[in-house]
Design a binder for this molecule. Sequence first.
Ligand code: GDG
Length: 477
Amino acid sequence: MQDLKKGRLIIASNRLPVVVKKTIDGGYKLGHTSGGLITAMKPVLQKYSGIWVGWAGNYLEENIAVDELLRKEGEDLNYKYRSVDISLKDYELYYKGFSNEMLWPLFHNMSAYCKFELISYKAYQKINRIFAHAIIDELMEDDFIWIHDYHLINTGKDLRKNGVKNKMAFFLHIPFPPLETFNRMPWRLNVAKALLSYDLIGFHTELDKKNFLEVVKSLIGDAVIDGTELDITTVITKKSKHKVGVFPISIDYDKFSTQARSEEVSKITNDIKKGYSGQKIILGIDRLDYSKGIPQRLKAYRALLSKNPKLRTKIKLVQIMVPSREDIEKYSELKSEIEELVGEINGKFSQLGWIPVQYSYHSLSRTELLAYYRASEIALVTPLKDGMNLIAKEYCAANIDKDGVLILSEFAGVKYQFKDDALIVNPYDEESVISTIKKALSMEPQDKQQRMENMQNNVKKFDVYWWVDAFLKAAKG
Ligand code: GDG
């Protein structure tokens, strides 16, 4: 791993990987949260020592002694947690409003879902300032600051405004939109300038980087793209110099693969397979989100069953959905749409002893998740747009029998790494999804094995430690 020299690693993300929960006796305890960023960053901070700054799920007005809970939680870790104090009203406007009803849909190129509201932007600026001050409270001279994701774009600008001279980098976990989409945002110039307060700005794919450089060229009058060396492009303005690079995020491959071989996971895998008595499992695992293409996937499955009666009773779609952002109207509408579709498909095609879709709406334990990955013949990873998509990488790492097929959307960042070995589909093209599922169902074992091995080798080589190393090397160089 890269050496941080004297300094520590200071990470900031919207959420901490722990969240305050009420206990039955009226007290509070910490629970754990999941998500792509958390899966990726936990092993990294464990290796380095440092501080993780983020929100712990409590509001200022609740007056909970969160610092003490976080201190205890951090005792066995190689790093410590620092929470930020946010009021309920501000959090709603910053998180629900600007972050998830403006930046999220805009950056996923779905601007019809955007709510452009000045009051939300103001709360976003305020909360980013609060994050900057929490970082400043903890900061030492040689610390390296690494800010994560769209919730905190402005934090770097606030740190610089307060005289922070430390090296500072930003990584965007979601896609970066094309210029025309970006320009729809009334605050486009401020947001573009805020991104240029970091020494290094990192993206998942070349396409995201290209889109960002076009925004810089078009909106920042004095910016010069000074060329690309070892894949890092330099942007120079009158006052500053920035690196822009591509760093496809990944997982702790060895950990996933080793855990997938454990006795516990093997037992649950067998139980799942037995429970489905020979039906081939097609797996979908997603956070509840319109970017993940879940209704489109269900409609394709419905059409597959309708046009291929012989497949009925032979296959089962296991759709696991992880709760997310339900207090946003679009998400609760999406949940209803998905549940109606599941009900319709099951109502229409179920037979004695066979239900076509098994649907669940809750989180799984890591063990159960791995067992589902192992038990499935096919993983359907078909987002309409996705920064990377770690489910695809985890599915491969867990597929120790090398008998699974990955069907992958051409609009997921991971496509660039898996394009020769996954079966690539356009999730909007129902016919192509149907024919690809049929192809996967009849693929020769040798073909499956070779493709899976290639994808596994790719994730093993470019794992999450490689990702951090590449990022820190670029930041320091
Ligand atoms: C964002 C970007 C980018 C899911 N369900 C359970 C569970 N998970 C874990 C998975 C995986 C993660 O959540 C989901 O990661 P994704 O990458 O698929 O998606 P986002 O949450 O949208 O993440 C994405 C990522 O950031 C990283 O940069 O790849 O494009 O949108 O790790 O394992 N974990 C457990 N139970 C579940 O039920 N234990």
